[in-house]
Design a protein around this ligand. Structure first.
Ligand code: SF4
Length: 192
């Protein structure tokens, strides 16, 4: 096989827009995906409440972006839209219908951004968390992939000790760890 230089190799890798829920969940998936893809981070999380928490989580994603040398694209913080859309589901338990809609809002926006910006495929870090149902997330991703005609990477990053690995990396890099999932409704279920 002919030798190719690093730049040619990078250009040959598919361009992947990776939705990032937080810096902790990002560390392992980003390292794993970078072997096969030209990864860009996409921070779009209108669910996060309050704004000070949003700013803090984004700050740590920027730190990971710098550590890995991976570009970061930041979506709009559409918090009112998110509250309006999920308001009727505010009494749902974590893992219920509100979360499904929350995943859908974020994945849909990521797919649209991937399409607009000329990415080959999109995916999300959400499945690394043991609190998140990978089947629900992957089914939504596949449905949105069809709607938007944009390839989606089916993945379950919690497999092969993915969660443990991402938390080890989080400790190593001194990343801030939140105690609740993100929205105002989940604050009452703080995991600490
Ligand atoms: S608990 Fe987490 S996934 Fe569920 S709606 Fe709130 S922020 Fe979204």
């Amino acid at each position: 096989m002919d030798k190719i230089n690093k730049n040619e190799y990078l250009q040959a890798k598919p361009k992947f827009l990776l939705h990032v829920c937080c810096a902790n969940c990002l560390l392992y998936p980003a390292a794993a995906l970078s072997k096969d893809f030209q990864v860009y981070f996409y921070f779009y999380n209108p669910n996060i409440y309050p704004a000070s928490e949003y700013i803090k989580r984004l700050k740590y994603v920027k730190i990971v972006s710098e550590i890995y040398g991976v570009p970061l694209i930041v979506g709009r913080y559409e918090k009112k839209m998110w509250l309006d859309r999920t308001g009727t589901l505010k009494s749902e338990p974590e893992g219920g219908l509100r979360c499904e809609l929350c995943f859908k809002i974020r994945l849909k926006k990521t797919a649209k951004a991937a399409k607009k910006l000329g990415f080959d495929l999109f995916g999300t870090t959400l499945t690394v968390s043991p609190h998140k149902n990978q089947a629900v997330i992957n089914n939504l991703g596949m449905a949105i992939s069809k709607e938007e005609n944009q390839e989606f990477l089916v993945a379950d990053f919690k497999k092969k000790d993915g969660f443990k690995k991402t938390m080890q990396l989080s400790t190593e890099h001194k990343i801030y760890r939140q105690s609740y999932c993100g929205c105002v409704y989940s604050m009452a279920n703080s995991r600490d």
